[in-house]
Design a protein around this ligand. Structure first.
Ligand SMILES: [Zn+2]
Length: 77
């Protein structure tokens, strides 16, 4: 089971959280505002490895947190 350390509540099981998606990285080469927003919302990298994600602690403090997770091992790094 995946355990996530919440900065407010401490280490909790993943069942207390809701996945908020990977934190997008828009390439610097995209300078048009509309293209930037389009890339931010729709272009997920779906990395097989370490990625930065947002999680919401729905059964705890009800705050968002950002963590880095290795998707190939399903472990927080
Ligand atoms: Zn919490």
């Amino acid at each position: 089971m995946l355990w996530i350390t919440c900065p407010t509540c401490g280490e909790r099981p993943v069942s207390e959280f809701r996945f908020g998606g990977e934190l997008p990285h828009v390439p610097d080469s995209i300078i048009d505002a509309d293209a930037h927003n389009l890339d931010w919302v729709w272009m997920q990298n779906n990395v097989d490895g370490i990625t930065t994600e947002r999680w919401f602690h729905v059964a705890g403090c009800r705050r968002w947190l950002t963590l880095r997770r290795d998707t190939s091992t399903d472990r927080v790094v």
